[in-house]
Design a protein around this ligand. Structure first.
Ligand SMILES: [Zn+2]
Ligand SMILES: [Zn+2]
Length: 226
């Protein structure tokens, strides 16, 4: 990542998401870092250009800092410990497991199957894989994920099982995606997102991420990163 100040901004964004389930404003970033609001804004754009986070369409606020989302999306992530009143929006199935990985926390993930509307409420944690029958659908190949990253996340949904993915994709006339077991997504999320909140975090290289996909059996053109 380029400027050291960009790291400082990124750090405040991630710590605020972790502690409060929300993104800090530009004014708040400026106050907490001692930078001017104009510079804080500029560094947010730098971070967005490097895919370290995603800005809202108007460019003046943080929309996502994977695995966290500032706006409501299809997944709610809640600590299993009832005394911990934090809550997070999971952008997708992958991000929801990623929040558990980044925080090293046992959580409950709530969503609904897009095919039948059944509420799905599942435990997940460092040592707790999701139920084996659950399936996750990926809408498009890895080399297109960042063409519209919020749109991609929005579509990476969890279904009751593979049959419900088939029912849904037939009914919606959707083609070109791939379905994988939720347990595989959970396993992938741990090395992919587990280091995001560490003080020594360094962005993964493309090759490193490709290896992480491969280690989970996600190979072939569909899973080839750009
Ligand atoms: Zn279903
Ligand atoms: Zn996502």
């Amino acid at each position: 990542m380029s400027a050291p100040d960009a790291w400082v901004i990124r750090d405040v964004v991630y710590r605020t998401f972790a502690a409060e389930g929300r993104a800090p404003s530009v004014a708040e970033l400026a106050r907490k870092t001692g930078l001017t609001p104009a510079l804080a804004q500029q560094l947010l754009r730098t971070l967005a250009d490097e895919h370290a986070l995603v800005l809202a369409p108007d460019g003046d606020s943080v929309r996502m800092a994977h695995p966290f989302s500032a706006w409501p999306m299809a997944f709610v992530v809640t600590p299993c410990d009832g005394r911990d009143d934090r809550r997070w929006w999971g952008g997708c199935a992958w991000d929801s497991f990623g929040i558990s990985a980044a925080l090293d926390l046992d959580v409950r993930i709530d969503t609904a199957c897009p095919a039948c509307g059944t509420p799905l409420s599942l435990p997940a944690g460092p040592a707790t894989p999701p139920p084996a029958e659950l399936s996750v659908w990926f809408p498009k190949p890895a080399d297109q994920w960042w063409d519209d990253v919020v749109g991609t996340c929005t579509m990476i949904r969890m279904f009751c099982d593979r049959g419900h993915v088939e029912d849904w994709s037939t009914a919606e006339k959707v083609t070109g995606g791939q379905t994988i077991d939720a347990t595989t997504v959970w396993r992938l999320s741990r090395p992919w997102y587990g280091d995001r909140l560490r003080p020594d975090f360094a962005p993964h290289t493309r090759d490193h991420n490709q290896e992480l996909l491969q280690e989970c059996g996600l190979t072939g053109d569909f899973w080839r990163l750009p």
